[in-house]
Design a protein around this ligand. Structure first.
Ligand code: MIC
Ligand code: SF4
Length: 649
């Protein structure tokens, strides 16, 4: 129990205490957690299941594991369909529930139908913290970590600091959950949450519904936080009842004398409509400050804002109106449940009538799968990420906003503060949701499972596995990049590239091409190389491909100022050295093509001694660190988690 022996516990600590199976609850040290539930989506799922198969375990050992299909639903070639078929069959064989394409976005469906307060969930997607809206400790992880958890292994994190966000007051009309998280992003920035869990408390919590809480915990991913969580209370119970899942409820909250590491106070009644401006989720301004700029596109949906409540609000705003002639409005309901209920209550007809382009329940435009804006187009989206190029249009200008701001602006054709629209149209939330899980396929029974054939189309290729760490490394700098490099820079998404997620050799051809088109060729020619980066390297998604593609291209180490949590773990899981400058000023002293040497690196990792980087080209030296737990060291020496697990069986 470390330093918290006699004090009250935060909600985060309570759930950790119930799940810790390795290490001690001492902040900053590594702990291993028992994982109750896992989820994957198709874009990371193929790798996770290939890795699970490589571990040779017959059945998943979790309480519930699900495989969702929501990212690559645009089937413009055989690839995505091959992936879906592979995932469906591998899930059936190994005890995993399969959410078929069309059933909705993983986080939305999981919240509605499977998430349980007090449980642990890891998902191969960085927005898994959506589950925090229902009081779960829900974390994004690399596919390999999910594979290990499915096999019954612990999930390792650094025992987090806990930040209390004390909510008081009540949101005014036209201001919504999105504005709350945009405010938190403005306060904390995209790297402010690293190593921390954001815990929401205070009487303001009561006025937020579960989907609203989930919007806030979902976008906590953009803070770089380990996760975010809300208490489980009467509102949670009402939500679970409406989902016919009353039995999943437990009341959960922090002890009144819980001790937090940081505290932020937000008065909900003082918040106003906000937007994250291009190209970072923390580049937040009020809508009023931005002014009435002309817009080209509005997209409503994504795992952040696609609940029934969001959609009903939008429908009521659009009722009897027409989308501005210069604006394309697309709407993707988050799940089949939401879609079905919109149809049943007539709201779908209102949306269609207003001229919205209705998309299937999937990630769609959020991940650049369709609806890319026009050149230099200004697009307002209810999503969570607006990284450069992510929309599929390199010079697209993406603003992240609430559904209210999005809907009103779609009507006016200019960025509009929704409070200017007068009274907010009333909408009524139904007491019961429409329950129909017919698109979730249960796995085969233990008896039938051996007869299930795993279907592998030509798109499914083996994944690269690293070799044990060399005694010394000498390699050229193949790329030098700046601060806040996202996984979208390292391994871009989009309709052309996403279908290659199960084909590492093919997808590697796009690695870092957003920054430098010649990188893949140069790295391959060099055979082995090192990348130099700035602060918060690898922020954003959990995609393991941002480690697997560099591994395939021969990258041995990343030297930078600091790393984002999930990406750093993905590097370690794949045996790529994550090194940090001791003196950040050394970053400026290295250029591309410099030859660097890491003499005695294996020994230094093994014994935790100082690491020196010699710049042969410049005749200088730098000190770097590589903080690793004992297990992390084991993985680095073995050349990644799979090798390590094999040796330690
Ligand atoms: C994203 O929002 O960037 C994604 C696509 O959902 C990723 C997962 C992926 O790259 O497949 C994420 O957030 O982890
Ligand atoms: Fe899908 Fe976008 Fe959510 Fe990622 S952020 S899971 S791409 S909807």
């Amino acid at each position: 129990m470390g330093n918290n022996e006699s004090k009250g516990l935060t909600l985060t600590e309570k759930i950790i205490k119930n799940h810790i199976i390795d290490g001690e609850m001492i902040k900053g040290t590594e702990i291993g957690l028992r994982i109750d539930q896992t989820l994957t989506q198709d874009a990371t799922g193929t790798m996770a299941y290939l890795q699970f198969e490589a571990m040779g375990i017959d059945r998943v050992k979790t309480e519930r594991s699900l495989a969702y299909i929501d990212h690559n639903t645009l089937q413009s070639g055989f690839e995505n369909a091959d992936d879906h078929r592979y995932i469906g069959s591998v899930a059936k064989k190994h005890g995993i529930y399969f959410s078929r394409p069309g059933n909705g976005i993983c986080h939305q469906v999981h919240l509605e139908r499977f998430g349980k307060p007090g449980k642990t969930l890891i998902g191969s997607d960085s927005h898994t913290p959506t589950g925090g809206g229902i009081g779960m400790l829900a974390m994004g992880a690399g596919g390999l970590d999910v594979a290990v958890a499915m096999g019954g292994g612990a999930y390792y994190i650094t025992m987090p600091k806990v930040v209390k966000v004390n909510l008081t007051g009540k949101l005014n009309d036209w201001v919504s959950a999105k504005d709350v998280i945009l405010k938190v992003l403005q306060i904390m920035s995209v790297k402010g949450g690293v190593g921390k869990v954001i815990e929401y408390c205070g009487e303001g919590v009561k006025s937020l519904s579960v989907p609203e809480r989930a919007t806030i915990t979902n976008m906590g991913a953009e803070l770089g936080a380990t996760t975010s969580i809300f208490p489980s209370d009467e509102t949670t119970l009402a939500f679970l009842k409406a989902q016919d899942r009353e039995e999943d409820f437990v009341a959960l909250s922090a002890d009144p004398d819980a001790v937090y590491d940081e505290e932020i106070n937000i008065d909900l009644s003082e918040l106003v409509p906000m937007a994250a401006c291009p190209h970072s989720p923390d580049n937040v301004k009020t809508v009023k400050e931005i002014g009435a700029i002309k817009i080209d596109q509005v997209c409503i949906g994504s795992c952040t804002n696609s609940s029934l409540q969001d959609m009903l609000k939008v429908a009521h705003i659009l009722k009897g109106k027409t989308v501005h002639p210069d604006v394309s409005l697309s709407i993707a309901p988050g799940s089949k449940q939401v879609f079905n209920m919109l149809a049943d209550c007539g709201a779908l007809s209102i949306l269609i009538g207003a001229g919205a382009r209705i998309l299937e329940s999937a990630c769609g435009p959020c991940i650049g799968m369709g609806q890319s804006p026009n050149s230099k187009g200004i697009s307002l989206r209810t999503f969570n990420r607006n990284f450069l190029g992510r929309s599929g249009t390199k010079d697209g200008q993406i603003y992240l906003v609430s559904p209210e701001t999005a809907a009103i602006s779609a009507l006016t054709g200019v960025f509009t503060d929704p409070r200017l629209a007068g009274d907010m149209p009333p909408y009524v939330m139904p007491e019961k949701f429409l329950i129909n899980d017919n698109m979730v396929v249960p796995p085969a029974s233990t008896e039938e499972a051996p007869n299930v054939e795993v279907l592998r189309g030509p798109n499914i290729k083996p994944f690269p596995v690293n070799v044990p760490l060399a005694e010394d490394i000498k390699a050229e700098v193949s790329l030098k990049v700046g601060d806040n490099i996202t996984t979208d820079h390292i391994m871009p998404a989009g309709a052309k590239i996403l279908p290659l997620r199960s084909n590492i050799p093919a997808i590697s051809e796009y690695c870092f091409t957003v920054c430098d088109e010649t990188f893949p060729t140069r790295a391959k020619e060099l055979g082995k190389s090192i990348i130099v980066g700035g602060a918060n390297y690898g922020q954003g998604s959990s995609r393991e491909h941002a480690a697997l593609a560099p591994l395939y291209l021969g990258v041995k180490a990343i030297i930078c100022k600091s790393f984002a949590r999930i990406h750093r773990q993905n590097l370690i899981n794949n045996g790529i050295l994550p090194l940090c400058f001791v003196d950040e000023a050394d970053y400026d002293k290295i250029d591309r093509d410099d030859v660097l040497e890491l003499p005695g690196i294996r020994n230094a990792i093994e014994n935790g001694t100082e690491i020196t980087v010699k710049n042969i080209t410049k005749g200088t030296e730098y000190k770097v660190t590589c903080e690793l737990s004992e297990r992390g060291k084991g993985m680095m020496l073995a050349g990644g988690l799979l090798n390590y697990t094999k040796h330690n069986k």
